[in-house]
Write a protein that binds this ligand. Sequence first.
Ligand code: ADP
Ligand code: MG
Length: 709
Amino acid sequence: MKPVDLEAPVQFLKSIGPKRSEMLAAHGIRTIGGLLEHLPFRYEDRSRFRSIASLRAEEWVLIRGRVSGVAGTDGPRRGFSIFEMRVRDEPGSILVKFFNQPYLRRLYTVGTRLALFGQVRQDSYSGGALVLMNPECEILEDGDDMSLHSGRIVPVYRKLGDLRTRTLRQILYLTLSHAPSEMPDALPAYLVRKFRLPSKIEAMRLIHFPVLCATAEAEREKELRLYNAGISRAHKRFIFEELFQFQVAIQMSRKRRVRHEKTRRIAISENIRTAIKKILPFHPTEAQKRALKEIADDQCSRYPMSRLLQGDVGSGKTIVAAQAAVIAVENGCQAAIMAPTEILAEQHYFYFKRLFSPIGYSIDLLKGSLKAKEKKLVRERIRGGETRIIIGTHALVEESVEFGNLGLVVIDEQHRFGVVQRGLLREKGNNPDILVMTATPIPRSLALTLYGDLDVSVINQLPPGRKPIETAWFSEKEREKAYHAIRHTADSGRQVYIVYPLVEESEKSDLRAAVDMAEHLKNNVFPDCRVGLLHGRMKSVEKEETMRAFAAGDIQILVATTVIEVGVDVPNATLMVIEHAERFGLAQLHQLRGRVGRGGAQSHCLLIGNAGASPEVRRRMEIMCETNDGFKIAQADLELRGPGEIFGTRQSGLPAFRYADIVRDIRALEIAREEAAQFLDRLRDRPDGDCRRAAEIILARWNGLTIQG
Ligand code: ADP
Ligand code: MG
């Protein structure tokens, strides 16, 4: 028989018709090879048959025997039937019952050899005898002990539409037995040899139908545990291939970037230095100076910058971006700053306006909610090059915005943007320099993956005089204590945020809670204070007005949803109260807390939450009370939730790995990174057919995808 073509549509398989193939496509499975990537999510050891005489109640067992007698009865109700049979394996026998499967009597006749897998029960309807109820059954041909669903380590699959584990097992088994002897492999053969990896097809066979090497019981169990954990030898082969592929792709994209020289030349003259100094409202920290130097060097280089500026909340990233913008503008370019929310864009707009007023830059704000006419005017100014600094939300990429001469793109709070948006903004200029800023501290494993093609600058120091924010956690019942603190803060001339969780800005009930609370606080609790409300559904002008009033100190207590999560900077606010804190993740709590502690005064954060709920919630609260260190918090978050949860693919640009877990497989990731670099050298210096083939496979999968920036 001809081997199956793994590139062929799944519909070529016998049991897959048009309907099922549509269903599979909805699961992202289009080709036969794609179906092979539907991996078992666990394995059962059904390789050892038990003797029937040794069985005990409640055990899960695999037995083998011949049907020695059958009986069918109708149940107590109409349409209810029981099929019973006795299965014997000298010297034992056991009763087996099936409910509502009358057709079985045609299949399992006296003398049929069967393998059965199920749980042993003590059955009061059968006088307390041991029975198997509705076990999984498989007919054994005489002399056939190694079969598909028993007598081996059996894979268990997640259901795909109406395809259950048994059917999938059958289809996959059949496919694998007709699979070609080689599969397209992103690993060049020299690496397969170097690390003594199984061939791809061999690993694929093992991953679906494991064959354990060990014979001793304890060893077998250990091996099986590796399979169940997704780290068997077969799994590791795919893990490495996946990480290698990814590393080659990001390193290629980095090389590609370097090939494109900038057409403009940027230099830093004495005049520019003076301009930069003119805008500085304070002395930058050493860390800020270092970051700016790295950025400025990139700007002056022949190749476009792709740099990540990492710094904990409040570390002062904005001013560094502003200085970079001065360098761009003084060299005749435009600088664009993209923020994830309108509120943040507006804040940046007013801040930059003030900042740049001594040097007279023209600044424009472009956001989705502008009236069509205004938008048009702003767009014209941007196209004509009159506007030197453009601040905006994603409207910058979504609108038909053309830049006269875009030289620098700053993306603030990048973890909020998708890869695509970053790519689009880059295309708006002629290889503009790109600076991505994030407050999400990233453990090294993630940094390697997420930002593998970015250079990194770190601001690892807070501005002078900052005191760590003191955090406490109250239950709902202790709410009065929080009110007390709020009053105390307001009375001493400081300001307060009270934040409500709002998972989606469109969630009406949550919104209601925030609005009601604001009313309640204003009318009943703090009638003598100025209480404001801010949420994402408000009109732009209202939002703007509220933020301005809060920044000016006219509002003392701001009840807000998570719209204020990132970037908002009002140093006189020293108390952050977070309601329903149990509903927030650690990263978000840390971001929110970062809204206070921005001046020299002692700031506080109060978490009000129902922590009885789960140990994980309690752990989160404890961590928040223990530390202000974003790095520690990120690490704890990673351990509590895993990377997938934190860096959803859509938001972060983190690719969805099928086999690898970048935290668990950090070692493999490092090796893959080194090997990828060497592979690319080899491809350049002495490419052989093997390397080229691997490169083609990688490109086919990753091409057209801007991985970062
Ligand atoms: P983030 O890194 O979270 O974006 P910001 O840029 O908003 O932080 O800065 C936080 C606050 O610290 C702002 O009020 C800013 O003006 C102030 N700040 C930044 N750098 C310094 C500095 N070197 N000295 C004093 N204050 C600073
Ligand atoms: Mg910021």
